[in-house]
Design a protein around this ligand. Sequence first.
Ligand code: GLN
Length: 188
Amino acid sequence: MVIGVLALQGDFAEHKQKLAECGAECFEIRQLKDLERKFDGLILPGGESTVIGKLLREIDLFEPLKKKITDGLPVLATCAGMILLAKNIENDNTVHFGTMDITVKRNAFGRQLGSFHTSSEMKYIGEVPMTFIRAPYITECSGAEILAETDGKIVASKQGNQIALAFHPELDECIKIYEYFLSLCSDD
Ligand code: GLN
């Protein structure tokens, strides 16, 4: 099992650490030639979606990665990563991959609540800790399944092999979300 972790900006190192804890091999995707390697799943980390989106286009990673996602490569997208997958972004004109039928709102919890920690029940997985940092949430989930809500806001969803989380599982000790994601990735 090999997972590619997009490593242009943001907290990709923490995701690599979590994958290692789960016994999965991973490598960083930084340039086009990294895509020559075969991999079974993709992680889109948190960071700044505008910056990651711009870099993806500048170094020609955008189209090939989008194709892999639409072809069914399993993706775990967290926070800014979730924004990259959303078909609609309420408060941004630029849509990035747009491969999930969700509408998101950036920095949606407001300034005071910019960062906070909670825990909630997640479908297929159970109770998980959730760390939010200047997080988006999902305001509409037309074609995707809701996996978790907190405070009445949708914070996790799934569509086919794509999982989008508003929070940062890489910053908590729990590895249940990674184990679930890896169960969707097949290495045959
Ligand atoms: N606020 C960031 C954005 O809009 C996301 C924050 C994060 O990934 N922690 O891209």
